[in-house]
Design a protein around this ligand. Sequence first.
Ligand SMILES: Cc1cc2nc3c(=O)[nH]c(=O)nc-3n(C[C@H](O)[C@H](O)[C@H](O)COP(=O)(O)OP(=O)(O)OC[C@H]3O[C@@H](n4cnc5c(N)ncnc54)[C@H](O)[C@@H]3O)c2cc1C
Length: 618
Amino acid sequence: MNTINNSQHDHQEPRIGVYICRCGGNISDVVDVDRVAEVSRHIPGVVVAKVHTFCCSDPGQNTISQDIQAEKLDRVVVASCSPFLHELTFRGAVQRGGLNPYLYEHANIREQGSWAHKHDPAGATAKSIRMIAAAVGKLQYSTPLDQIRLPNHRKALVIGGGIAGMKVAADLAGRGIPVLLVESSGRLGGRLNQWNRVFPTDTPAGQLVTKLLAQLDANPLVEILLNCKVTAVKGFVGSFQVTIEGPLGPSGAMTSTQTTIGAIVMATGFRPYVPDDGEFLYRKDPGVITMPEFIDLMRGQQTGAGELVYKGRTIRSIAFLHCVGSRQIDGVHTPRADGKINTYCSRVCCTTTLQQALAAKERFPSLQVYDLHQDIRTYGRGHEDYYVRAGKAGVVFFRYHGDEIPRVELANGKHPGEPSLHITFKDYLTWGEELTLDVDMLVLAVGLMAGDIPDLINMFKLPVGEDRFIQEIHPKLRPVEISVNGVLLAGTVQGPMNIEETLNAAGAAAVKASAMFLKDVVELNPYVAQVDADLCQGSGSCVTQCEYDGAIAMVETQVNGKSVRQARVNPGLCVGCGACVAVCPTRAINLNGWRLDQYDAMVDGLTADIPAVAAATS
Ligand SMILES: Cc1cc2nc3c(=O)[nH]c(=O)nc-3n(C[C@H](O)[C@H](O)[C@H](O)COP(=O)(O)OP(=O)(O)OC[C@H]3O[C@@H](n4cnc5c(N)ncnc54)[C@H](O)[C@@H]3O)c2cc1C
């Protein structure tokens, strides 16, 4: 084991402050924080180690800022919750104390300490000490860093003109930011153009679209391109060069335009699941239709209109089948062409089904309506009302198990010349006994699938989740951001959402995007690769290894009067992944803030022979 010892480093003795947070008991109920502070005081370089109930509170932050001045601290460690939550908070406190904000390290002793080891207080305490020792070790090699500042072009691009894209464009323009809204079809509104009245208010879908259209029309900062697509993108946050082509389709000569954009919002939406031919007899019998087809059929059907007739067949009974294309089970459902099944819940189908079952019953009171579900997931405010009202209106409910999919066959109908659909299933609202239903129509409540946007995924290197939707950085802490700087998500491009959730997400994306335009420059963390010109011999391995187009390139440069090829990093495109560092044969590349000597020091800190750790765990 190494012993922590500053003499191995040839810098001036650092003066490090360590602040340990109780997190109101979240940490201190498990970790012995006083012991951690006591031991930390003995780690070389540490001159102050204090415990605070909430380091993130104003008094907690003030303690740090004041100690920097009073104790002449030149580096700070805060041992608290996840850096996702408060790294920026503490950088601010350090800066207010007069230090460079990158002379700060965060040790996550909550998620990785007290929460991970809540049944092992001694182990959690020892681990917390080691994490602080690692952070202290790293800090001894830290140097002041400056944020990267790039020019910021004050214009946003929104791709997709559904309700999400429209809302983002309206909000951004409302804040004075010019917006270009690019929609691949000939009309704004997306899927809402297909629906009638939408839950939970039964508002005509068209009304929502019209309201947003009016806002867009009224704002001269909004430019709308219909029948157009983004076909190429270069550059980086603040200065994306985007190529747009249109009009799509056979009519009109296609033209291509280029524009410079500061931030981009993806709002390309979803696709309804389309059952395979023969799945529940879909496309084998005209009585089997999907929910979007049923909504279309119900359009314009008036109450008291007599009988429901579809493709010449009088419909006297309908069964609605939930979870078609959602909540699929491995080994039970057939994978799609890409080998995947949809294990997720599509969230909107339960309420849509109940709303449509109720509407059918209200418009055609003599209709026999059945509902076959696994569970009823009407989770939003007012959604459960549809369930209650449908039950009162006479809709009959059955519950099947997800791994016992109802079987649908053709049978001779009760009426001459009219076949009926014979459905067999086990009902678990009773005793799991096998039941059969004969109906004239089966409506498949299809789920939501990720949109078909492979071109955009490749172009922008969009991160795709296991469910094929575009994946945000963190569902709670950074819900509309992705790993590509300057590109945000809005609406169902990200996963199943109803209209209310879509509009909330779009509002959040607009806020995030407008915050990016508060300054004329984009400020980024300095954690990017840096090439040491004295060591680079131009092998080019870094360029081959890099997955981010243009983030690193070979350039001709002059060294001692000779022309040589060396690697050059574009800080706007580098994401700091470190892949280039690992392959450089001459160790000429390092990551700012995460240099190899800092890693070495962290490992030394983690493995150091700290007698108090042994005592804590014994
Ligand atoms: C059957 C069914 C019924 C529903 N009923 C309700 C309801 O009653 N109430 C409710 O709250 N929710 C309902 N929903 C959910 C609702 O449809 C969605 O919440 C909403 O449509 C999401 O809007 P969006 O803008 O994210 O996506 P979309 O509506 O899919 O819009 C995306 C837009 O992006 C465009 N686009 C796609 N690719 C590109 C590209 N490459 N370039 C440019 N443009 C592109 C598309 O043409 C489209 O205009 C229902 C969903 C289904 C499946």
